[in-house]
Design a protein around this ligand. Structure first.
Ligand SMILES: Nc1c(C(=O)O)ncn1[C@@H]1O[C@H](COP(=O)(O)O)[C@@H](O)[C@H]1O
Length: 165
């Protein structure tokens, strides 16, 4: 039997998966149980309501929501559930994700929605942020996060710049 997911990854369209899979890969690398689904505030509003309403009861500790363009999904999810919602602006073709970023970040006071960088960096960081939320109550996960950070530092310190021609 597979473990019950602790982190839900939702996205407005299958076209967001090349961005959002980085969140899934990061969670998988840390051994955190996750699930991923397409849920759209615009195209499947009833599915959004049921997903967000049931999230806490199903044991999800936070939701990573990625969307592009008029990216209402993260904010609308946060409007329905009070578990943390981490928004990832997906890079759009016409406005390069600035539209997505501004749609997610400018929430009215009272409905907080965390907002990450546009694209892959935001997707990875949303997952690392979810891991740090879970690590508050899970010392084993906290140790994995600390080890990840020190490995990352060592890699950067050991990096060498190319010689000039
Ligand atoms: N921003 C939203 C929402 C929403 O916020 O509910 N639903 C779909 N979308 C976005 O529309 C873009 C284009 O979608 P298609 O590629 O399916 O046309 C995607 O980036 C998706 O996140």
């Amino acid at each position: 039997m597979s473990e019950a997911p602790l982190v839900g990854i939702i996205m407005g369209s299958t076209s967001d998966w090349p961005t959002m899979e980085h969140a899934a890969r990061t969670l998988r690398d840390f051994g955190v149980a996750w699930e991923a689904e397409v849920v759209s505030a615009h195209r499947t509003p009833d599915k959004l309501v049921s997903y967000a309403t049931e999230a806490r009861g199903r044991g999800l500790k936070c939701i990573i929501a990625g969307a592009g363009g008029a990216a209402h999904l993260p904010g609308m999810t946060a409007a329905i559930t009070d578990i943390p919602v981490l928004g990832v602006p997906v890079e759009s073709k016409t406005l390069h994700g600035v539209d997505s970023l501004l749609s997610i970040v400018q929430m009215p006071a009272g409905i907080p929605t965390a907002t990450f960088a546009i694209g892959k960096a935001g997707s990875v960081n949303a997952a690392l942020f979810a891991i740090s939320i879970l690590a508050n109550e899970n010392p084993e996960l906290a140790k994995k996060l600390a080890d990840f950070r020190s490995r990352q530092s060592e890699t950067v310190k050991a990096a060498e710049l190319p010689a000039l021609d």
